[in-house]
Ligand binder design. Structure first.
Ligand SMILES: Cc1ncc(COP(=O)(O)O)c(C=O)c1O
Length: 428
């Protein structure tokens, strides 16, 4: 690992949590240079919903390269892009009666958020945008400004203006309706919150700690937007692409966002980000928002194949089945370790276990890594263990990974008891 410490910036982060050199990966399994296998409950932070090296994508990629398909095309028309747009339209948008224009932007999630923020501000000619507590939307200037966590919002980074934060669903507990709170602030011309161009939200806050918005809250926020002529942006970068059981995370809530940002798994592991917008919002002048890497032909090839998972209901049914196992096992763990007061929450195949004791969740994930499980933490206090396996994970691997979490909690409790006993011995 010396070369990474010597050469790579201090900013590196996941390598610190998973200190090994990964060499190969397939499906829900990662292998390091020593040949040790790890079950992946992290899935590239939601980029590998269809698993590592998915064979249908890989075969198409190899074939495309063999045929000298274009790798780079700016926003020129290419065969790969044509097939991707057709697949997205006929498999995803048309069956859901969604009329969206597609904008290709830079290849990461934050590029899509930047683009969406520009669109809404341009169309509404208003600068303010409303975001929610614990929201995470990326770390370039505009996206960082709508990201809640203070860790990322150092004052020296400037440009956090023109954003107001409102409490997300459940922020004050289950009994306080924060959609009403939003309405009240917009109604009152002396609330200090300017009428925004848009509201941006995640239907399940992932990095923010697996906070699941109720469908009714999402509907109420949408209604507030409609009543005040404000646009609604859904950031489906992490919880879209099937994570919650449907392709878009907002489908079950029955809302109809004006703008949707997608990235991560839309490229099947290769960098790709897109903005979907209602046609009337597409008011760009040609070339007004450009970039060298808009669209990524290899990602188009992979994505076109992987979107075939949505040709029928098999994937959705599989996600529901796996969610049943995940939910039941997490409930069992919560009951088994009732003295820890663990909270469980989630939707589809994104779940969180929140540990109130500071540092305990970190100890559990470190123990789990030693035992061959890759899983990360979420929440401002890093107190939530985030379960994010590939959507196609085999049942036995899902169960094995959950068993590792169970063992790791037991090991942490044992170590804690030993420490207490040791401290008592020293006192005596
Ligand atoms: C909801 C959400 N939005 C935006 C982003 C930013 O995406 P990227 O890291 O690709 O810039 C993330 C990344 O985790 C995310 O989870």
């Amino acid at each position: 690992m010396r070369i990474f410490e010597q050469m790579e910036s201090q900013v590196r982060s996941y390598v610190r949590h998973f200190p090994t050199i990964f060499a190969t990966a397939k499906g829900a399994i990662l292998r390091d240079e020593q040949g040790k296998e790890y079950i992946d409950f992290f899935a590239g932070a939601g980029t590998l919903n269809y698993g590592h090296n998915n064979p249908i994508a890989n075969e198409a990629l190899i074939e495309y390269i063999k045929q000298d398909g274009l790798l780079h095309g700016l926003d020129k028309a290419t065969t790969a892009k044509k097939k991707f747009l057709e697949k997205l339209y006929y498999t995803i948008l048309q069956p859901r009666h969604l009329e969206y224009k597609v904008q290709f932007c830079g290849p990461t999630g934050t590029n899509a958020v930047e683009t969406a923020l520009k669109i809404v501000r341009m169309v509404k000619q208003r600068s303010n945008v409303i975001s929610f507590t614990n929201g995470f939307h990326g770390l370039t200037m505009g996206a960082m400004a709508v990201t809640g966590n203070a860790f990322y919002r150092d004052e020296a980074f400037i440009n956090r203006a023109n954003v107001a934060f409102m409490p997300y669903d459940g922020y004050f507990g289950p009994d306080i309706d924060t959609a009403f709170y939003l309405r009240k602030f917009l109604e009152d011309s002396s609330s200090g919150v300017d009428l925004p161009a848009a509201v941006i939200l995640e239907t399940v806050q992932a990095e923010g700690g697996i906070n699941v918005a109720r469908f009714q809250w999402l509907k109420d926020v949408e209604q507030v937007c409609r009543d005040f002529d404000v646009l609604l942006i859904v950031d489906d970068i992490q919880v879209g692409n099937g994570r919650t059981g449907t392709f878009f995370s907002f489908e079950e809530a029955g809302i109809n966002p004006d703008v949707v940002v997608l990235s991560k798994s839309i490229g099947g592991g290769l960098p790709l980000a897109i903005v979907l917008m209602k046609p009337e919002l597409d008011q760009w002048k040609p070339g007004e928002h450009t970039g060298t890497f808009r669209g990524n032909n290899l990602a188009f090839v992979a994505s076109t194949e992987l979107l075939s998972y949505w040709d029928n209901d098999t994937l959705s049914e599989g996600i529901r089945y796996r969610e049943g196992i995940l939910k039941e096992e997490l409930k069992r763990i919560v009951e088994k370790y009732s003295e820890l007061n663990i909270q469980v929450r989630g939707r589809g195949l994104i779940y969180g276990l929140q540990f109130p004791q500071q540092g305990f969740s970190h100890n559990v994930t470190s123990e789990a890594f030693e035992r061959g499980l890759v899983i990360e933490l979420a929440g401002a206090k890093h107190d939530v263990i985030k379960f994010l396996p590939p959507l196609v994970i085999e049942e036995n691997l899902l169960r094995d990974g959950l068993a590792i979490i169970d063992e790791s909690i037991a090991a942490c409790l044992e170590k804690k008891e030993e420490m207490i006993k040791g401290a008592l011995r020293n006192d005596n």
